[in-house]
Ligand binder design. Structure first.
Ligand code: SF4
Length: 336
């Protein structure tokens, strides 16, 4: 069966104008598609623009250039009426469950608020039943409905945030670092919950994170972002088996492997220097100031987006066949 495209992001840019002619290029031309029912992960260091990308896709920020199409409709050109309907279909889970829940509202009020704004239930009893159902869906129970956010642990608060995101029965959820603020022991539980809900409700996710090991657990495909650009995109398994971009290789080499024999023999790639400022990004390839393979051409020319193997894309001159003669990913591995 042919995969159905739910979201299409074309050359999306989000620049912030800081005054005195300075421009912060938080997102600088990213392109990808998300298919119905999949989880698309975006990963990168903090400051790479991944959260800004998420917020621009859902329309919290206007875009500077490019387009976001949800079911073929341009998210940034919706009428007020269309926006209202769109908000029911796309929801967001935020990083910080402490800050994203109103401390003065009960859990019942927090979860039922979107239903009231959208006038879903005329009958209060039905609405309350729906709140109870959502609490059970996320592993809480009806006794939690009359409590306040401060009475819960971090993991439970994130479950409340997920219940609120589900209140309008959306098709698509942007999860912006939903587990980063949680204890490691709780992270896997929340990831498993998201996976279960996806199966039960047929959800599609954009999962944003800085931790590649966790993104792997949930994503079907992953896009790696660096300084506002996508540098690599492929299936999750392929990215881990055969990472091509020097930045992806460095990120992966930092993940510990539980087998001490393999771990001892592994070479860790230490990235030199800090992430450059998106106000003044390097010329050519934005990664060149930290890349151990940088060549002269990397400072002069922005690398193209190349499909090195089937559905495996990378932006790096090492894989430009005109420069290196490399024609596929297996040949490309010799360059690592
Ligand atoms: Fe490194 Fe050049 Fe590839 Fe950029 S284009 S990642 S600087 S080799």
């Amino acid at each position: 069966m042919e995969k159905q495209v739910l979201l299409e992001v074309n050359n999306l840019k989000k620049h912030f104008f800081l005054g005195k002619g300075e421009i912060l290029k938080a997102v600088d031309g990213i392109t990808f598609k998300i298919y119905k029912g999949e989880t698309f992960g975006i990963v990168g260091e903090s400051g790479c623009g991944k959260s800004t990308a998420g917020r621009t896709i859902i329309g919290l920020y206007d875009r500077t250039e490019g387009e976001v199409l949800f079911k073929g409709k341009n998210v940034h050109q919706l009428t007020e009426k269309e926006k209202f309907a769109f908000r029911r279909q796309m929801q967001m889970i935020f990083q910080d469950p402490y800050a994203s829940l109103n401390p003065r509202s009960t859990v019942r009020e927090i979860i039922s608020e979107p239903m009231e704004v959208h006038g879903i239930y005329k009958n209060k009893k039905e609405q309350l039943e729906r709140v109870y159902q959502l609490l059970e869906d996320v592993g809480l129970n009806r006794d939690h409905a009359n409590r306040y956010p401060h009475e819960f642990s971090g993991g439970q608060r994130q479950r409340i945030g997920i219940a609120r995101a589900l209140a309008l029965d959306p098709e698509f959820i942007i999860a912006d670092e939903p587990i980063s603020a949680l204890d490691v022991s709780v992270q896997a539980q929340v990831v498993n919950l998201l996976k279960r809900l996806q199966k039960e409700k047929g959800l599609t996710y954009l999962f944003i994170a800085h931790d590649l090991s966790m993104v792997k657990q949930i994503s079907d495909r992953i896009g790696v972002m660096y300084l506002g650009h996508l540098v690599e995109l492929t299936a999750s398994s392929q990215l881990y088996k055969n990472p091509l971009h020097p930045y992806t290789q460095a990120l992966l080499s930092a993940i510990p492997i539980p087998d001490p024999d393999i771990e001892d023999k592994r070479e860790r790639i230490i990235l030199k220097g800090e992430l450059p400022s998106p106000v003044n990004p390097p010329s050519g390839c934005v990664f060149r100031t930290r890349c151990q393979h940088a060549m002269d051409v990397c400072a002069r020319q922005k690398p193209s987006w190349i499909e090195v193997d089937s559905n495996h894309y990378v932006a790096c001159h090492l894989y430009d066949r005109k420069l290196t003669g490399v024609h596929n990913a297996s040949q490309a591995t010799v360059l690592k």
